[in-house]
Design a protein around this ligand. Structure first.
Ligand code: NAP
Length: 300
């Protein structure tokens, strides 16, 4: 994936600049899909930085194994099971989380699926991909919104997204226009868009409708997640909650069959840094990518 890296104001954070610790152990972070890959690495990094971290996973055995592996490194985190594609699981998680912690400061929506190998583009599992990657973070965010702590340090939602879902990948003019009209963009329009995509999949017309051409179902799910993040960011701007997206870049995980330019741990150092920017430097409504030298910059 090639891209041009801007300079100056668009760069928010470079890992070579040390970040001074302004947070405390009382700060609570939730990471979804954290039994492996980037989610697991983010949990590890946030725990190393001294936050209270909730590792969630849809499979209890895999979640507990992840917990134990962190314990063997001297890191203590909390485990809750959570399948983001299942409304009942979200409801059960949120009530157990509320009982145990009461408040949340950081939510990292990381869990996602893709059923394609790198050069494939099947949409056979489109419904599951949209349900997990778009509706999952949306439903969980909505359920957790009342639990965000109102304090001097703003609450943070970081949606792990992908460049594959950027607007330049979309060729359908009507939908592009709708997504670019941020003033009038709303959840209903985004839901209409994903329904239209699923309808195109069902009737076999998806290839001619101007949807993104690489990993189409996954790209549409991230397109929708990016748009939803913008809607939320606008709604909560000035009200103590920042909402941003981060594309980790090509990272060596199961999703890429182990291929990639960086390891999940390298990604997590940068991702955690973005999640922990001091309030006065904290942006909202941005889509960040990690560039060379692990500098994070905004694509928008
Ligand atoms: N790797 C890359 O190059 C790359 C590039 C751009 C963006 N991303 C994004 O980075 C994030 C992490 O991906 P990754 O590369 O670390 O992939 P990964 O190794 O495949 O990890 C995905 C995680 O999500 C979990 N998950 C899947 N469906 C779930 C559900 N319904 N409920 C809860 N958890 C679920 C998986 O759990 P199981 O183990 O149970 O399956 C796993 O823990 C994703 O949002 C992905 O889109 C990755």
């Amino acid at each position: 994936m090639s891209h041009k890296e801007p300079a100056g104001d668009n760069i928010v954070v470079a890992p070579c600049h040390p970040i001074s610790r302004w947070w405390s152990k009382e700060m609570v972070a939730i990471v979804t899909g954290a039994n492996k890959g980037i989610g697991f690495a983010l949990v590890k990094q946030l725990a190393k930085l001294g936050l209270t971290v909730v590792l969630t996973a849809r499979n209890t055995i895999r979640g507990v194994e992840a917990l134990e592996s962190l314990k063997s490194e001297g890191l203590h985190v909390h485990f809750f099971s959570l399948d983001v594609s299942d409304p009942n699981s979200i409801q059960a998680f949120v009530s157990r989380f509320q009982e145990a912690f009461g408040v949340v400061d950081i939510l990292i929506n990381n869990a996602a699926v893709s059923f394609n190998n790198i050069y494939e583009n099947s949409v056979k599992e489109a419904a599951t991909v949209i349900r997990t990657n778009f509706y999952g973070p949306k439903m969980l965010t909505e359920a957790l919104l009342p639990l965000f702590r109102h304090s001097s340090a703003a609450g943070r939602i970081l949606n792990i997204s992908s460049r594959l879902g950027l607007l330049d990948k979309l060729k359908n003019p009507k939908i592009k226009e709708m997504l670019l009209d941020e003033e009038n963009l709303c959840e209903e329009k985004i839901v209409w868009m994903v329904n239209l995509f699923l309808e195109n999949v069902k009737n076999g017309t998806w290839e001619s409708q101007g949807w993104p051409q690489i990993w189409t179902d996954y790209a549409v799910s991230k397109l929708a997640l990016n748009a939803y993040s913008k809607v939320l960011a606008k709604r909560y701007k000035g009200h103590g909650l920042s909402v941003n997206c981060l594309c980790p870049g090509f990272t060596q995980t199961s999703m890429t069959g182990g291929k990639g330019a960086q390891t999940p741990d390298e990604e997590a150092v940068v991702g955690a840094r973005l999640a922990l920017l001091p309030e006065e430097e904290l942006p909202t409504g941005k889509f960040y990518v990690i560039g060379s030298n692990h500098v994070i910059y905004s694509k928008l």
